[in-house]
Design a protein around this ligand. Structure first.
Ligand code: BES
Ligand code: MN
Ligand code: ZN
Length: 494
């Protein structure tokens, strides 16, 4: 795992350079050094520029207030004042970090900044701030995420982070669980498609410790999953539908999550140019989110029943690939004229949504997909798109977006654009033939809506936010795992 194990040390630090008066078991020679083996200690300071209580024992070479004033430090989230201190015979460093307004967003940013400053060090001890500590932990762990191919994977920039804080064990554990789930989603999405076939993705899903069912191509054919089969038919790596079930005792509500699992999107015969294609190993980011979420629900004590569906296929260019103008039959019998084979996500998602509606009797369905390039242009890299047939569901997801730091912006499912998907030879076309309506992200969502029956349903288009172009904040360059924190916040709040 790119996120290396981090250990929790639930006790306050001793004074720098002073013998540790603290826990039994500390080494006899001079006691434990406050900055740890790596000589790196992070301590919060508030907007009032006063060191918090937990850091009272740190012997800084100059008065704290003068130090912070000298650096014109304001205590903003992400701000760090670094001080060298004597640490036994060597030099240690103390990172005074700002916590801003102390909100989850601010602490996540603070944690990320602290961990990034620890780059290249063996270990870091971070005295926890007050407030929503799990957000700080998430930020610190996610900012140290790096993806490397090969086993064992190289550890992140900080090999070990100890979180120090009285009574914060449960919150630290929650933060770690969430961060590991995000890291799993990133790992899956960052894995090259030369490794990541639909069958490989199914194997990873089976490792999540929940009940699972996998349809191979033959089973998909027998049950009429024509969308998943059509998209996968051009690839030597056959498609899969993956179902994961989390069923806690006493659950009264059933949520179905559907994730787009295109392991590579070449565009098919409607071939993408290289510039757009080279990122398309992450086109299963939505499916990765669903897998990671299902794997984390038990540890977080979620009370709701959740079924995850991952529609996995490789959209390849070959002699056996589907052609623009082919007519396919989706699960449940509806026919679709495939005018553009690069609009493949909606074809696999439609099968899974129709199956969920017909067979799983969910109270709510939420799908998550890197569905349209257009949404990245509309909302950029910091907002996921939310389409919903139900206002209560939309409000719940939007609220979870705020608390989790994975924000959503609601988009319209406007009926006026529905005629865009009319076909003269099938029930629906997969894209608009002309450009009378435009709004590619909206028409894609309207296509999906056709397969959701009358159920409360939300669609999250994460094509803009699924991949980061830079190491920034909690993101590392590459897959972001966007949606894991959001859906875990939403599901554990139910
Ligand atoms: N996987 C892409 C969407 C995408 C684009 C995700 C950029 C991430 C970054 C999707 O399958 C696709 O190709 N969509 C087409 C739809 C079009 C053919 C109507 C698109 O966005 O161009
Ligand atoms: Mn595509
Ligand atoms: Zn795609």
């Amino acid at each position: 795992m790119p996120i290396s194990p981090c250990s929790l040390v639930p006790r306050p630090p001793a004074g720098l350079g002073l013998p540790d008066a603290g826990p039994a078991g500390a080494s006899a020679e001079g006691g434990e050094r406050v900055a740890g083996d790596a000589g790196l200690l992070a301590v919060p300071f508030g907007p009032d520029l006063a060191l918090q209580e937990a850091a009272a024992g740190v012997a800084l070479p100059v008065p704290v207030a003068a130090l912070l004033a000298h650096h014109r430090a304001k205590g903003e989230a992400g701000e760090i004042v670094e001080v060298s201190v004597a640490d036994g015979d060597s030099v240690g460093r103390v990172l005074l970090y700002g916590v801003g307004d102390g909100s989850a967003d601010a602490l996540r940013k603070a944690g990320a900044a602290v961990a990034r400053r620890g780059r290249g060090r063996d270990g870091l001890r971070a005295v926890l701030p007050e407030g929503p500590v799990e957000a700080f932990v998430e930020g610190a762990l996610l900012a140290t995420y790096t993806f490397r191919m090969g086993e064992p994977q190289k550890p992140g920039p900080v090999e070990r982070i100890e979180f120090v804080g009285e009574g914060a064990e449960a919150a630290v554990e929650r933060g770690e669980t969430v961060a590991r789930a995000v890291a799993l989603a990133r790992d899956l999405a960052n894995t090259p498609a030369s490794v990541k076939s639909p069958a490989w993705l199914a194997e990873r899903a089976l490792e999540q410790g929940v009940a699972a069912k996998v349809w191979d191509a033959e089973a998909l054919r027998a049950e009429g999953f024509g969308g998943i089969l059509a998209v996968g038919q051009g690839s030597p790596n056959p498609p899969r539908l993956i179902q994961l079930s989390y069923e806690p005792e006493g659950a009264t509500e059933h949520v179905v999550l559907v994730g787009k699992g295109i392991t590579y999107d070449s565009g098919g015969l409607s071939l993408k140019p290289t510039e757009g294609m080279k990122f398309m190993k992450t086109d299963m980011a939505g499916g990765a989110v669903v897998i990671a979420v299902l794997g984390a629900l038990a540890a977080l004590g979620a009370r709701v029943r959740v079924t995850g569906l991952i529609a996995a296929a490789e959209n390849s260019f070959s002699g056996s690939a589907q052609r623009p103008s082919d007519v396919i039959t989706q699960y449940g019998g509806r026919t679709v004229e495939v005018l553009n084979t690069d609009a493949e996500g909606r074809l696999v998602m439609a099968d899974a949504l129709a199956y969920a509606d017909a067979e799983l009797d969910p109270d709510v369905m939420v799908d998550i997909a890197t569905l349209t390039g257009a949404i990245g242009i509309a909302l950029g890299k910091g907002l996921g798109a939310l389409f919903a047939s139900d206002d209560t569901l939309a409000a719940g997801l939007a609220a979870a977006g705020e608390t989790s730091g994975e924000r959503l912006w609601r988009m319209p499912l406007i009926d006026d654009y529905a005629p865009a998907l009319k076909s003269s030879v099938a029930d629906l076309a997969n894209v608009e033939a002309g450009s009378t309506y435009g709004a590619g992200s909206i028409t894609a969502a309207l296509f999906l809506r056709e397969f959701t029956g009358k159920r409360p349903w939300a669609h999250l288009d994460i094509a803009g936010v699924g991949r980061s172009t830079a190491d920034e904040g909690v993101f590392a360059k590459g897959a972001t795992g966007y949606g894991v924190r959001l859906l875990l916040a939403w599901l554990t709040g139910r």
